[in-house]
Design a protein around this ligand. Structure first.
Ligand code: NAD
Length: 316
């Protein structure tokens, strides 16, 4: 069970935020999601200092008006808010180890990455022991939601830090939900992605089976989307190429949510489930399926490439 964790909130920090404030934001991790999120902070008029080891990502952000901080510590030093949008639990731990002692007093660190909820709790407790403030605020809504600033943020942390975080989260998303204490944002996120991994595996299998048995994929998707099989994986992000023009499946499975990231999230859910003894037999099967496609070269493709895998491995 996740223990509830109370964070240290300095009084001046509680008073710091109003939705209309323009603030200094450090932003770490300008990938498929973070690049758009940083852009939206700039569009809202915030001053954004960025760092990412990928030069091209930094160049794009600078062209949009960001400052190249050159390092994570430099991005953190002068920031009122530091946003992290990083790929793995370890990358967040390493980054926080580097910046916690260096960030400005009273600043709020907002981790939007999807990572292990227990690691998040430990980071929050460590930050509190150093007089620093951290919340977890993982997102749903995908790359489209990041671009359109319509993300949902699932926030774990104190009431005061949740309120303060709205100053920047409102520029990047539409729904900002307080889930509870530290780590509960991550709990919400991994439970959602447990469902998503399973539903995408199911839709991929069903769409492929239908196509191989001779039905037109658009006809099948239309039936599913007005029937009991309907879900986000079928009606918004259908994995069969050509069914939805804007879905990654219709552009070679590029530019979305990588299979490696889905495998990571299913593993986070499996580890958390093992920790409390909750059975997830279907989730484990989906994790195994993502393990397999990642090993077979699909790791960098969008996670809806599960369809391509099952299609290419069908006998007929
Ligand atoms: P991505 O792989 O496209 O981007 C990650 C970026 O982080 C890369 O540009 C990489 O160079 C950078 N990076 C790596 N280590 C770094 C460090 N130490 N400091 C600064 N930058 C560093 O990943 P993404 O799709 O943008 O996802 C980011 C996070 O958001 C992940 O935790 C993912 O699970 C989560 N997420 C992704 C989606 C999606 O649809 N892509 C949706 C919801 C949540």
């Amino acid at each position: 069970m996740l223990a509830r964790c109370t964070s240290y909130v300095p009084r001046h920090a509680r008073a710091m935020s109003t939705a209309a404030s323009k603030v200094k934001v450090g932003f770490l991790g300008l990938g498929n999601m973070g690049g758009h999120m940083a852009n939206n902070l700039l569009k809202a008029g915030h001053a954004v200092a960025v760092y990412d080891p990928t030069e091209a990502a930094v160049e794009r952000a600078v062209a949009a008006g960001a400052t190249n901080a050159g390092s994570a510590v430099a991005a953190a030093k002068d920031a009122d808010f530091l946003v992290t949008m990083l790929p793995t639990t370890q990358s967040v731990i390493d980054t926080f180890d580097a910046v916690l002692g260096e960030c400005k007093e009273g600043s709020l660190l907002i981790d939007c990455s999807t990572i292990d909820p227990i690691a998040t709790q430990k980071l929050s407790a460590k930050a509190a022991s150093m007089g620093r403030r951290v919340i977890d605020a993982p997102v749903s809504g995908g790359v489209g939601g990041a671009e359109a600033a319509t993300l949902t943020f699932m926030v774990g942390g104190s009431d005061g830090d949740f309120e303060a975080s709205k100053t920047v989260l409102q520029s990047m998303g539409k729904n900002i939900v307080h889930c509870g204490g530290a780590g509960t944002g991550q709990v919400a996120k991994i439970c959602n992605n447990l469902i998503l991994g399973i539903s995408m595996s199911g839709v991929s299998e069903a769409m492929n089976l239908g196509v191989k048995l001779g039905i037109d994929p658009k006809t099948l998707a239309g039936i599913v989307n007005t029937s009991t099989g309907r879900c986000w994986s079928s009606d918004t992000y259908n994995p069969c190429p050509g069914v939805i023009d804007t879905a990654p499946a219709s552009r070679g499975y590029t530019g979305g949510f990588g299979s490696a990231l889905m495998r990571k999230d299913l593993k986070l859910a499996a580890d958390a489930a093992a920790g409390v003894g909750a059975p997830i037999p279907v989730g484990k099967a989906s994790l195994e399926a993502y393990d397999r496609i990642c090993e077979e070269g699909y790791a960098g493709l969008d996670f809806s490439s599960m369809y391509r895998y099952v299609s290419e491995n069908t006998r007929k």
